[in-house]
Write a protein that binds this ligand. Structure first.
Ligand code: M6R
Length: 604
């Protein structure tokens, strides 16, 4: 995820761009940059790290007359977070910013280099500006060159380009990545990845459709659709409330974050999977040398993703894997051997218990890795290696998209290690990668599913408790479902391995005990089904989540039929998240800030 902004007008362009980027910083913050064209003079600034570094670099830069400007805040996908890889990228006399991925960049780059173009960065984005410059030489106008460029690129993008050959225009294109155009009565125009930077600056906004491209200058807003037909802008009034704008029309941040999972998982995969292998540019190949065991350590939801990972590591990478609750691990004088890779998992990177275990592992001389959502957090600074989850800022206290991206990273990491250890064939890895690429689609929330869960939720507002049950990797998902529910509904909920119910918990079974049963078609279906039948025989009220209809259930939430249990895992994850959300809303609770909890637990 990256954030982009653009401005055309007479005000202080630098401040407007920086203020806009501040609102978008949650989308990525490993580097930022701006380019401003005043008359025929371009000025561009870039800085690695948070926006504050760019502010520092631009403090003597003055913009006091008509200008066009573009800005970008980056979450690295292609190429490390360096100044050279930061946007805007320069051609001969044009700059570009881009959010998304240019899938055919390698071929385009090869061809451009063959024609003598020198590339300064490792990004996919840089091809756009060089391609534009090349097309400019043979086109009758800058817009002609820009439309030709858009025809030649493939992938997902929101692009802004400024060029000396049309010094009062911004060229734009949107396909698969968000971008909005704003205007006001002072004849100023703004672009941004979301509407929050525009609040207070613009009165009206135009939401582009995929395939839209064109240009904006003080005289004209020209928009063309994907078939190159000119269309009228479709402006609507912009909300004046920042908080509700940040929620994009959703009732709660948690709801928005559940809906965002498809996009952030796609971001997490971006640049890390080819057809035949998983690539982690950020990991040294020798990280796994001499490693015979993986120890995963975390708290809460991150612990559940670690537990999920342990099934995958042992199944696919055939490596011994253990999982620890950080608050327990730190005081139990654990034995740590140097052939163990110590992995901490944390959304925030600041959780005190988890951080402490990382320090212990470092002191014991173990190699360490952190799976984290926040760059530059304490854990990221301390660990030997980092893989970022790219979920973007998670505001709801109940974690959703962070969990989704953690499991995605772990699945990729398993395949990465399986390749190193030769425990899966290339064909098996390629098959898994096909499945991985299907995850963004499998977590898309459909109206019908959300409506069904909303309706069902009214039957689950009382009772003396919930059991979430599942087998294998669906057991950690059951734990996560129960945690979500108790955090925001304050109802008592437990996660259990389905096969354990008969060893005690089944004593609680009666119609007022609600069982949420995870029944994947592609993993131990018959075994898990018998466990549910045992509960049904004791008159427990049962809600089954499965692709296959189950006649002994009181309620049934159907997921789609797919080819693999991991896709079922992700779809069921969305179902349990939505179920907790809807129950909590019906109970009138504050979903985003549930009682007694905090987003980041920096005390032990
Ligand atoms: O930031 P972390 O992932 O280290 O946080 C760990 C837990 O505090 C966190 O997952 C907590 O359980 C969430 N509220 C779960 O929704």
């Amino acid at each position: 995820m990256c954030g982009i902004v653009g401005y055309i007008g007479n005000k202080n362009t630098k401040e407007i761009l920086l203020d806009g980027l501040k609102e978008l910083e949650y989308r990525g913050y490993d580097s930022a940059g701006i380019a401003v064209l005043q008359g025929d003079t371009f000025e561009s600034f870039k800085a690695v790290g948070k926006l504050i570094n760019l502010e520092e670099k631009t403090k003597d830069f003055i913009t006091d007359r008509f200008a066009v400007g573009i800005g970008h805040t980056r979450w690295a996908t292609h190429g490390k977070p360096t100044e050279l890889n930061a946007h805007p990228h320069l051609g001969e006399s044009s700059y570009v910013v881009h959010n998304g991925i240019i899938e055919n960049y390698a071929e385009l780059k090869k061809e451009l280099m063959h024609n003598g173009v020198t590339f300064l960065s490792q990004t996919d984005t840089e091809v756009i500006v060089h391609l534009f410059e090349k097309n400019l030489k043979t086109s009758s106008s800058a817009f002609g060159a820009f439309s030709q460029t858009i025809k030649e690129i493939e992938g997902a993008y929101a692009i802004l380009l400024v060029t000396k050959s049309e010094p009062d225009s911004i060229f734009f294109a949107k396909h698969g990545s968000p971008m909005i155009l704003g205007k006001n009565s002072e004849n100023e125009n703004y672009f941004a990845s979301s509407d929050t930077p525009l609040i207070g600056q613009c009165t009206d906004v135009n939401y582009f459709e995929d395939g839209d491209f064109g240009y904006v200058n003080p005289q004209e807003i020209a928009i063309f659709d994907k078939n190159e037909n000119k269309k009228e802008p479709n402006f609507s009034k912009l909300s004046t409330n920042k908080l509700s704008a940040q929620k994009d029309g959703f009732r709660f941040f948690m709801e928005k974050e559940i809906y965002e999972q498809s996009v952030v998982i796609a971001d997490t995969l971006m640049g890390r999977v080819s057809e035949s292998e998983v690539l982690f540019d950020e990991l040294d190949a020798n990280l796994f040398d001499g490693i015979n065991e993986i120890k995963l350590c975390a708290c809460g939801t991150s612990y559940h993703s670690a537990l999920s990972a342990s099934y995958l590591f042992e199944r696919y990478a055939k490596i011994k894997t253990s999982v620890e609750v950080a608050s327990e691990f730190r005081y139990r004088q654990p034995i740590m051997t140097k052939d163990t890779l110590f992995v901490v998992i944390s959304q925030s990177g600041e959780t005190a218990d988890t951080l402490e275990t990382l320090k212990m592992a470092k002191e014991a001389g173990l190699k360490t890795l952190v799976i984290c959502n926040v760059d530059n957090s304490s854990m990221v600074r301390l660990a030997d290696a980092t893989v970022l989850t790219r979920a973007g800022i998670e505001k709801g206290v109940a974690s959703t998209k962070a969990f989704a991206t953690q499991v995605t990273v772990f699945w990729m990491l398993t395949l990465f290690v399986a390749k190193l250890r030769n425990t899966l064939t290339n064909e098996e890895i390629a098959k898994q990668i096909i499945l991985l690429r299907e995850v963004p689609a499998s977590v898309k929330v459909t109206d019908s599913m959300h409506e069904r869960i909303k309706r069902l939720s009214k039957r689950y507002l009382h009772g003396h408790g919930f059991f979430f049950i599942g087998r294998d990797i669906f057991y950690p998902l059951a734990l996560e479902g129960a945690l979500k529910l108790k955090e925001i509904s304050y109802l008592h909920a437990e996660g259990y391995p389905s096969g354990e119910m008969k060893h005690g918990p089944i004593a609680l079974a009666d119609p007022e005990l609600f069982t949420i049963a995870l029944l994947p078609q592609h993993l131990l279906y018959e075994k898990a089904k018998s466990n549910v039948e045992e509960l049904s025989a004791r008159d427990s009220t049962i809600c089954v989540i499965s692709a296959l209809e189950f006649d002994k259930a009181d309620d049934f939430i159907q997921i789609s039929t797919c080819q693999d249990y991991m896709l079922e895992f992700f779809e069921m994850m969305v179902v349990v998240q939505l179920l907790s959300l809807e129950i909590s809303i019906r109970l009138g609770n504050d979903v985003d800030m549930p009682r007694n909890l905090a987003k980041s637990v920096t005390v032990e």
